[in-house]
Design a protein around this ligand. Sequence first.
Ligand SMILES: [Zn+2]
Length: 113
Amino acid sequence: MDNATLKELKERLLFLKKEIRSRIEENSKKVNIQERGDVGDYSDAIYTKDIIYDLLEKDRKRLQEVEESLYRIENGSYGKCARCGKEIELERMKAKPTAKYCIECRKIVESGL
Ligand SMILES: [Zn+2]
């Protein structure tokens, strides 16, 4: 991967990190408000809370992936498949900057072999 692309992807990852972090903060606040019982319609609050919890969980996972990718940039392993060590297709990295595996390995990892 050339330096310009690496820089571009790093910037995207840093942006994502900020975005996810502020969303987690915001959703955590919402959950706290609902736990204090400030919401008028009880059943509706529970319903929303489930959705927010789900979002929080997904965002925490995403944040972890982003941080892992940034760490991989620092130690020079970014853009290489964590399983076979081959360079991951550039198009794939651009579509998903947190990609850790090449397409072939992803299939294998996902099928649990
Ligand atoms: Zn691979």
